[in-house]
Structure formats: C-alpha cells, structure tokens
Design a protein around this ligand. Sequence first.
Ligand code: 13P
Length: 282
Amino acid sequence: MPLVTMKEILVPARQNKYGVGAFEFWSLDSAQAVVEAAAEQNMPVILQAGKLECDFAGGIKNLSRIAKMVADEASIPVALHLDHAEEYDFILSAIDAGFTSVMIDASAKPYEENVALTQKVVAAAKPAGITVEAELGRLVGNEGNISVDSREAAQTDPADAKRFVEETGIDALAVAIGTVHGFYQFEPKINIERLKAIADVVSIPLVLHGGSGTPDYKVQEAIENGIAKVNICTEFVAAFGKQYTSTQSAEGFKYSIPSLFGPSKEAGKALAASKIKLFSLK
Ligand code: 13P
C-alpha cells in the first residue's frame, strides 16, 4: 500500500498502549528487512533516515524511492520519517522528496528558539499533511552528525513539555528520560516516573529515542506509560555488521552475492522482528 503518515500509525498506538518500531535504513535490503519483519507480525512500521543515511544512499530522493517501492509491495502501513533534522531547508527537501513525516531537532537550542523553529516546520508540514516530531530535552550519545556528552544531557521537564506541545502544535514528542543514542557505556537508568508525569499532561504520542540496549522490561514499561514509537538504529546496524563478519569467517565460505549479503539481511530482519514483537507487547 502507499506510504502513510506517521500520525496515522502512532495515534492508535498511544491510545491502545502498544509501541511501533522505527528503524534506520540506508538501502533496499535494510528497508526490506524491516518491512518484511513487520508484515509477518501484521504490525505497522516506520522506516526512518537522518542526514547520514540520506548522504550514504546518494541523496534523500533515493531513500524515498526505496521506501515507496517497499511500502507499495507491503500489506501493512509503512511511514517514511526524517530523523533528527536540524536544518529547515533539509526538512523542506524531505517533504519535497515524499517523506510522510519529519523530525525537527532543535533540542540543542534554548527553549524559545526550539519553539520558534518547530513552529516554522509545523507551518510548512501540516498543510501538506506531513507529521511533525520534535524533541525537548537531550540524550547522551552520537546520532548521525549530532553528538551530546553527559554534561549537555538534560531530561525533559513535564511542565515545559505540556507548554511546548501547546505552543507548537506538533504530532509527536521525543522525550529524554535516561536512554542514550548508541550502546550504553553505563548501567541504563530509565526514568519511568518522569515519563508518567509527562504522559499525564501530554496526550500526543511520545517517542523513545535510543532504543538500542535499553532493557526489554523498561521499554515495555515505557510503552505502557505513553511511548508509542521506539527508535532503533545501532542494534539494527550491528546485526547486519556482525553477520557479515561471521559469514566470511565460516570455514569453506565462498563469495557470492547471496552467500555474503543474504545472511546479513536475515540477521537484520530477525533483530527487527524481535523488537516489533517486544513493542507490540504480545
Ligand atoms: P539507537 O542507535 O540507540 O538505537 O538510537 C536510535 C535513535 O534514537 C534514532 O533517532
């Protein structure tokens, strides 16, 4: 079916307390791995890409073409989302390329500047029927071209979150509650009490960034308390990468396209499937 907006997928997820997986993709096989895994469980899914993946794929239009092709063949709803965009013009290029959802990440800016830039994006995206995600608070770690160390990290304030959503008119809010981008370098401490306080005053779908390595029971607790979208990048990429290494080191391995690339796509698909099952709370 044609690509759908992220809002269509996330509003019922928040209402019915299940989570939707959002996976970074960079190629045809990574997109197929995600969508095939979701289709086998009859769950909606989000294909997402940031600047890094768009550049790697030779431009934002190429990823849009891939996502449309894969979604058209799928029996489940698929949204195409721009992850962590900091530049207004880059967001316009994603809308122009056919993305059905965009994230404006102005979380590094002071509150008022974050509001102003997010409002500008909403004004451009809403009339075109495009979903807007924005972020308040900061996660530790590296995400594409964005790097945040622990001194800059700040968890989302519930009162600010309420005001931010009212002032901007966004469709989904990314919250900082202790997850990190990339693998954890310390024991994860996920602040469910803070999430509950945010969810009490913000009714739109909430987004958990830094899903990789977050303990399963914590992710499920977060979904039960307002998280509707869970972002997974590092673990998905690692599933492909680790499989390439072990495939080639097997005794008697002979190079062919299916023998090298096939197992990695299957490993990515298995990782996506395990996350989608976890998030659906089945
Ligand atoms: P991880 O790489 O930690 O899974 O985070 C992904 C993410 O939040 C993308 O925005």
